[in-house]
Design a protein around this ligand. Structure first.
Ligand code: SF4
Ligand code: MG
Length: 271
């Protein structure tokens, strides 16, 4: 491990439990690099996660951490931020955790515009719990619960977040590591609810069932399918069919929930 990031890990908890070639470690590396660049105080920074492979990330990180219940990372994080608005709060969650079990918490955290930086590890499957399809598994993909191909249509999580009221929405992949670090920094700087969706690879569950090849092949797939908005605009409808846009997708100004609450308290105290 690079000496400059070692301080952010609980070394006694390593080695991690993730499969060889899993994308989760790449996201963690980019996260601590972003935190290092932002010079955040480790003792005033909290990581909150739910359940699943991605959620194990909080246990490896040397911050105040909460490894919570399935789908409830945003609910716990809302409580932390509400009680101590001065803390930097990051939420680490998977596609199943965040958009199925936690779907309701997700839309309301976005709607409230509470100042949380949420990183969704989107590997298109429930990795830890048996390879079932999630609300973000692409149509026709195979999972243990869709052995003949997924009949459901996936969420476009970015569009959902925008519609619900999030003020920073971005998407990238584990191939685009510099962009991922930069987006985490930008998401943190946003004074409101920030979503960074990271298309990542699960070679064990999703990759094997969908014959995606090696972890390196899955990274190449990300490289070839994640495109900037400018490039996307130039593609024909046929070429767009299997591509997704990366980069900042949405930025807006709106009142931040905990700040509004503090204002209300001050007003009531003044009476
Ligand atoms: Fe990573 Fe998939 Fe293994 Fe979970 S099951 S650790 S997401 S490769
Ligand atoms: Mg998943």
């Amino acid at each position: 491990m690079l000496p400059e990031i070692e301080q952010y890990f609980r070394l006694e908890k390593l080695p991690h439990m993730w499969c060889p070639g899993c994308g989760n470690g790449i996201i963690l590396h980019c996260l601590v690099k972003a935190i290092d660049k932002l010079c955040l105080d480790q003792n005033r920074t909290t990581m909150v996660s739910g359940i699943g492979c991605a959620a194990r990330a909080s246990g490896y990180l040397d911050f105040d951490t909460l490894h919570t219940t399935h789908g409830r990372a945003l609910a716990f994080a809302t409580g932390v931020k509400f009680a101590k608005p001065e803390l930097n709060v990051f939420v680490l969650t998977g596609d199943g955790d965040c958009t199925a079990i936690g779907g309701n918490h997700f839309i309301h955290a976005a709607r409230r515009n509470i100042n949380l930086t949420t990183i969704v590890f989107n590997n298109s499957i429930y990795g830890m719990t048996g390879g079932q399809y999630s609300p973000m598994t692409p149509s026709t993909s195979r999972a243990t619960t869709s052995p003949y191909g997924n009949l459901e249509r996936p969420f476009n999580l970015a569009q959902l977040a925008i519609a619900a009221g999030a003020t920073f929405v971005a998407r990238t992949t584990t191939y685009h590591t510099k962009q991922l670090t930069d987006l985490i920094i930008e998401g943190y700087k946003n004074n409101g609810f920030s979503l960074i969706e990271v298309v990542t690879h699960c070679p064990t569950s999703f990759g094997r069932q969908n014959k995606m090849g090696s972890p390196a092949d899955m990274l190449k797939w990300q490289r070839d399918h994640g495109v900037s908005a400018i490039r996307y605009e130039k593609l024909s409808p046929e070429e767009r069919a299997d591509k997704f846009i990366t980069g900042i997708l949405h930025k807006a100004e709106a009142p931040e929930y905990t700040a509004e609450y503090q204002k209300l308290l001050e007003k009531l105290r003044g009476r």
